[in-house]
Design a protein around this ligand. Structure first.
Ligand code: TEU
Ligand code: CA
Length: 554
């Protein structure tokens, strides 16, 4: 295998709006990120992925871009961005931006020109179709509810949007659109970016010609995933983008790839794949119903383990998954995977440790390193996210009371992970001197950075040790390139695996509050990482305390 500069890195996702506000307007910004570079360096992360900071009306928090060449003023200026890239480099860190090219904003000049003249050059930048007998061209439902089709005012025409109606889909079939996109990607890479996280990329290829499918709900619509399952040939676009942009720059790319066909995994992330890596969403999508998040089923430790191992077995050593417990679209991992009331520091560390030591690129999401949890919404007015607001509406329509609907959406709301970063125990968690755009989680006095960097037993220090272990020349080769073999798979509530390379490591976690005995397949030589409790080991017989996590040298 050819070694790449990003194989041994640890990545960290910044949600800029909620990271640190430097000027008191209640919105996090680039100067805030620059101020915290030393903090991130101290944690040990190497790649910083920033959710979108381009000019945007923020219908979907910046995932609706109105100008791909400029920084949104609420985040700062291009000079700030250049300074951030430079100061990160000085600290041997790389900045990765979000590439959102399935759609742009309806306020982008391309879309405005398209609406002014749907038959003209820019009309071909989008998917615009005539209505028939007052009806939309197809019956597809967008990710945020309702039809994917919206009217172009003053015409009998509609445009397609897989997400919000303020996010018109770009027509990748048009070579002129692809040229525009490649030009922009190369322009950013030339500025010294390390690469991109690539948004909703599987959506760029539609099933043509457009047709309706069997409805899956009473609204007469079918999910857009149904249409995508009939679409073939996304690889032609993706290999072109790789060859024109990513390869010449040796860029790191991580795809937000959902529902690819299993046999295509190598095409995506193999040695000459479209991307360097893709996220493993096996665990996050588990239990999510086609009908929306609100009737998702609880994920058990057994489910979690099988999801991880299935993904790992599938990829083997043919590529590198990017492993996460959460991101800006998910509830907080510790609240999602650990039962309510049991979310102790040990439990948080165990979950983080099991995920971090998997084969692939570990991604931490801001706040994960201090064990930030889901928030409490006392009213739907405290929710900002359009997906959550849509789910709330769906829940009401399904007959739930407003209190029930709030309870349902609160568990899975994307805003759980978007509350401001908790830096200190002072007002607004030290995030802003103004009024934060989204309410700070009330638990910030107990969970904050200032407290955790001063204590050796904190979640922060635990992650720091894991990151150091990954970088340590003694273990690096094994942790980065070694194989993963599940161990004690039938043992309920235990998740364990070997990492085998020049050395052998055994990673084991007890996914419950009760102690559990297990017979290890070998006798460990030493304990490299322990999340707190005393280690009870007698030859190969181990008694794991509740939520205990260990990395053992074999
Ligand atoms: O997400 C794409 C996506 O399919 C998931 O967002 C998921 O279906 C959704 O979050 C469920 O509510 C990306 C971004 O990560 C997300 O923040 C954007 O809203 C979306 O694309 C549109 O750009
Ligand atoms: Ca600000």
């Amino acid at each position: 295998m050819i070694k790449k500069w990003w194989h041994d890195k640890t990545a960290y996702q910044i949600y800029p709006k909620s990271f640190l506000d430097s000027n008191g307007d209640g919105i996090g910004d680039l100067r805030g990120i620059i101020r915290k570079l030393d903090y991130l360096k101290d944690l040990g992360v190497d790649i910083l992925w920033l959710s979108p900071i381009y000019v945007s009306p923020f219908a979907d928090q910046g995932y609706d871009i109105a100008d791909y060449y400029n920084i949104d003023p609420r985040f700062g200026t291009m000079e700030d961005m250049e300074e951030l890239i430079k100061k990160a480099k000085e600290r041997e860190m790389d900045i990765v931006m979000d590439l959102v090219v399935n759609h742009c904003s309806d306020e982008h000049k391309w879309f405005q020109l398209a609406c002014a003249d749907p038959e003209g050059e820019y009309g071909k930048y989008f998917y615009i179709r005539e209505k028939k007998d007052g009806k939309s061209p197809t019956n597809w439902r967008s990710y945020f509810g309702n039809s994917v089709w919206s009217d172009i005012p003053g015409t009998n025409k509609q445009y397609l949007h897989s997400f919000h109606k303020k996010q018109p889909d770009l027509n990748w079939e048009n070579p002129a659109v692809r040229e525009e996109i490649y030009k922009n990607i190369n322009w950013w890479l030339d500025k010294g970016l390390g690469g991109f996280r690539i948004d909703a990329i599987i959506n760029i290829k539609k099933a043509l010609p457009f047709e309706s499918y069997q409805p899956d709900r009473e609204d007469g619509l079918c999910s857009i995933q149904e249409m995508l399952s009939h679409a073939n040939g996304v690889g032609e676009f993706l290999s072109e983008m790789r060859d024109r942009c990513f390869k010449p720059h040796d860029a790191f790319t991580v795809g937000e790839v959902f529902d690819e066909k299993p046999e295509e995994l190598e095409d995506f992330i193999g040695e000459n794949g479209y991307f360097s890596s893709k996220f493993d969403f096996n665990e996050t999508v588990f239990g999510k119903s086609e009908l929306g998040w609100y009737d998702a089923r609880e994920i058990t430790p057994e489910d979690y383990k099988h999801c991880c191992f299935d993904a790992q077995r599938h990829v083997g050593t043919s590529g590198f998954l990017s492993n996460i417990i959460e991101n800006h679209d998910e509830p907080r991992g510790v609240s999602h995977y650990i039962p309510a009331g049991e979310c102790t520091m040990e439990a948080k560390k165990m979950l983080g440790g099991l995920n971090f030591m998997l084969r692939g690129i570990p991604f931490l999401y801001q706040g994960q390193e201090i064990g930030m949890e889901n928030t409490v919404f006392s009213s739907i007015d405290e929710v900002d996210d359009i997906a959550t607001l849509d789910q709330y509406k769906t829940a009401l329509e399904a007959g739930y009371t407003p209190e029930e609907a709030l309870g349902i959406v609160s568990r899975y709301s994307r805003d759980n992970a978007r509350t401001p970063m908790q830096w200190e125990a002072t007002a607004n968690a030290g995030f802003t001197e103004g009024t934060p755009w989204l309410k700070v989680n009330p638990n910030y006095k107990d969970i904050n950075v200032a407290d955790q960097i001063s204590r050796d037993d904190s979640v922060f220090m635990f992650y720091k040790r894991l990151i150091q272990l990954r970088k340590d020349p003694r273990w690096k080769e094994t942790i980065v390139y070694g194989t993963l073999e599940p161990v004690l798979e039938g043992e309920k509530n235990i998740m364990a695996y070997y990492r085998k390379g020049p050395k052998t490591l055994l990673i084991i976690g007890n996914f419950q509050k009760d102690a559990q005995e297990a017979i290890l397949p070998c006798v460990p030589k030493s304990v490299l990482i322990n999340n707190g409790p005393e280690v009870c080991l007698d030859q190969n017989k181990i008694t794991l305390k509740g939520w205990q996590f260990l990395v053992l040298e074999i």
